[in-house]
Design a protein around this ligand. Structure first.
Ligand SMILES: *Cc1c(COP(=O)(O)O)cnc(C)c1O
Length: 217
């Protein structure tokens, strides 16, 4: 059994920062090993893998869906998912709301923003979200709890650029926080293996770490 660095990483971050251990592509044995010290937050980016692992493992696990989520797949995870990080379009959120309702629950979601300079199809910009709020959509989405924001910085060695992007996301969080005005809007999910320390310095309170815990994929 190889040793995982999860405890070491946890010791290095403050208690106010939630560590999501990103277990994508890794076998269930490794997740069980990571759970031995009591860790329960795990992240996956593919629906099928998430469903298989949920079925195979303890139901105490809090599963984070961190990848791009297709609308037609929401139904497979709606009964158990703990937090959807990639709510990135109105149509997707409508579907999550519908599936949550079918399961008689509220699903926690983060609004994913496009903050990297790399082009990407995924993620809101701030004016799109402001429009959603102006339309009072949050009241329509009775089965969704918007808990905060999520974003990924550009994959680069340029630390000042990464910092700038994280500060941008923090800024979006502050803007929305004033408008949403709810105590449960309190999550800033940013930071991965290569940049989580910068992210925490910029105000992150949820980091998603895979390769530094489980090894390269
Ligand atoms: C894979 C992934 C991570 C973790 O990446 P590492 O570099 O392995 O820590 C974090 N967030 C998202 C959205 C991912 O897809």
């Amino acid at each position: 059994m190889i040793s995982l660095k999860i405890d070491e990483i946890k010791k290095g971050i403050s208690n106010d920062v939630t560590l999501v251990a990103v277990s994508k592509t890794k076998p269930i044995e490794m997740i069980q090993q990571a759970m031995q010290s009591g860790h329960l937050d795990f992240g996956e980016n593919k629906v099928q893998e998430l469903v298989e692992k949920h079925e195979a493992l303890s139901k105490d696990i809090k599963w984070h869906m961190i990848g791009h989520l297709q609308r037609n797949k929401v139904k497979y995870i709606a009964s158990f998912v703990h937090l959807i990080h990639g709510a990135d379009s109105e149509r997707l959120i409508n579907e999550i709301n519908k599936q949550a309702k079918k399961n008689n629950r509220k699903i926690d979601c983060l609004l994913q923003f496009h903050i990297a300079r790399e082009s990407s199809k995924f993620g809101f910009n701030i004016s799109e979200v402001e429009e959603i709020l102006a339309d009072n959509k949050l009241e329509v989405w009775q089965n969704i709890n918007i808990r905060g924001v999520m974003g990924m910085a550009t994959f680069t060695e340029n630390k000042s650029q990464v910092k700038e992007e994280f500060l941008q996301l923090k800024d979006y969080f502050e803007i929305l926080s004033k408008k949403i005005n709810s105590d449960s809007f309190n999550i800033i999910s940013m930071g991965m293996s290569g940049d989580y320390k910068i992210a925490i310095d910029c105000g992150s309170n949820m980091v998603r770490i895979g390769s530094s815990i489980f090894g390269n994929r």
